[in-house]
Design a protein around this ligand. Structure first.
Ligand SMILES: [Zn+2]
Length: 237
């Protein structure tokens, strides 16, 4: 059963109420959720599901289910699961998610600072990386760090834009990531716009304003293969 993704409209929701639609094998499905499920290089959310009796059930991961649109909230091992129909309150681990949102938005900026096809990416709560198909000699850590922090400091308001499949077909230049093609067939595609910097398909969670990214460091640039030159970033001046 498809779960309504509340973070698509508001990535800043830290709590919400929902109803259990299915539970078993340590997985809980809900009619709606604020938990992001692993995808697009962003890890799934963690947090707590508060049951109707007040018991707090820890959610240690969030993944996509087999059915289209299904989201599986992974309970801590051995926990008693709620029954279908039970009303629950959701709380995400906000400091962790906010860090992921800051780094995720930073990767959008870096994909524009480095002008080359993106071949991969991964985000963790304390660091993130983006891989490019580019000559190593063209990757300058100091330059990337300076440009990234300068764009963040401009305080640009980010926007979510929805377009149709047909509109995307007319603008193939929007698809910068080679490893992640935008999902088609649903009729609409979600884009993130950083005005004057970036516009690309993305279903992840982002900060409202680039100023929220804060100051980041380029901690490493590494050759990970012929078409994978990796730029790794972390928090801190
Ligand atoms: Zn994104």
């Amino acid at each position: 059963m498809a779960t309504e993704l509340l973070f698509r409209a508001d990535a800043y929701l830290q709590t919400a109420t929902a109803r259990v639609t299915a539970a078993g094998d340590g997985r809980i499905e809900l009619d709606r959720t604020i938990f992001y499920s692993t995808g697009g290089g962003q890890p799934g959310d963690t947090g707590v599901l508060v049951r109707s009796g007040g018991e707090r059930l820890r959610i240690i991961d969030t993944r996509k289910g087999d059915a289209p649109g299904a989201v599986l909230h992974v309970a801590e091992p051995g926990a008693a699961l709620p029954a279908a129909g039970e009303a629950v309150e959701l709380e995400i681990d906000w400091p962790r998610r906010h860090a992921l949102m800051r780094l995720h938005t930073a990767l959008h900026v870096i994909s524009c600072v480095v002008v080359a096809p993106v071949t991969g990416g991964q985000i963790a709560p304390d660091k993130a990386r983006l891989d490019f198909d580019i000559d190593m000699a063209l990757l300058d850590a100091a330059h990337i760090e300076r440009e990234l922090n300068a764009i963040s400091a401009r305080g640009l308001a980010t926007e979510t834009v929805w377009i149709t499949d047909a509109e995307l077909d007319e603008r193939p230049e929007l698809v910068k990531t080679m490893s992640v093609q935008p999902p088609r067939g649903a009729g609409r595609i979600r884009l993130l716009r950083i005005p004057g910097v970036d516009l690309q398909p993305c279903g992840g969670t982002h900060v409202r304003n680039t100023a929220e990214i804060g100051t980041l460091r380029v901690v490493r640039i590494r050759n990970e293969g012929r078409r994978n030159k990796r730029v790794e970033i972390a928090f801190g001046a």
